[in-house]
Design a protein around this ligand. Structure first.
Ligand SMILES: [Zn+2]
Length: 184
């Protein structure tokens, strides 16, 4: 299988279809992540609206995957293991926001909160040992994922703790007040 086929299979898999949650964004509207989000990305890869790249030279140090909303490109390592797949789904959430928001915009903090919650849910559902996703933001998202698996809705206190962790993280702090570029 090509990496494109791997990506589409993952985006449309039964496990991915179980990733479903929503929360109120800072701006008031509902952020929604569900099977339609991932189907949208799979369709865009099939139609060529999104490009998949394995060029790792574009990635910041330490990153395993990246979505560039200016070029509509998803960059990823080969989707061989659960870690790579979960991090790809994180970037797919960013791609889905870009495809669906039509310039409405979302803050970087809310966009990342949705993406980290997605990878944590995937890791939990796949039984990946916590020690393999213990970096601070994944761990904070893990608390949101625990609540979702328990009560099927986002716990506001856990979500706010994740938002604070993202806001204070050096990767995102410079962008915390800048709307994410969602240009389709
Ligand atoms: Zn992200």
């Amino acid at each position: 299988m090509t990496i494109q086929q791997d990506a589409i299979e993952l985006l449309t898999s039964a496990t991915t279809a179980r990733i479903r949650f929503s929360f109120a964004a800072t701006s008031g509207w509902q952020v929604q992540v569900n099977s339609s989000s991932f189907r949208r990305v799979a369709d865009a890869l099939e139609s060529g609206r999104l490009t998949l790249s394995t060029d790792m030279s574009v990635l910041p140090a330490g990153a395993a995957a990246l979505y560039n909303s200016a070029t509509n490109t998803l960059s990823t390592r080969a989707l061989r293991g659960r870690v790579e797949r979960g991090l790809f789904l994180h970037e797919a959430v960013h791609a889905s926001m870009d495809l669906s928001l039509g310039g409405r915009g979302i803050t970087t903090i809310d966009n990342e909160a949705a993406a980290y919650t997605t990878d944590a849910l995937y890791f939990r559902m796949m039984g990946l040992a916590r020690s393999r996703w213990s970096a601070s933001l994944h761990a904070a998202a893990g608390t949101v994922a625990d609540g979702l698996l328990r009560q099927h809705e986002v716990d506001t206190a856990a979500l706010n703790a994740l938002r604070t962790a993202i806001t204070n993280h050096p990767l995102y702090n410079p962008y915390k007040l800048i709307p994410y570029l969602a240009n389709g």
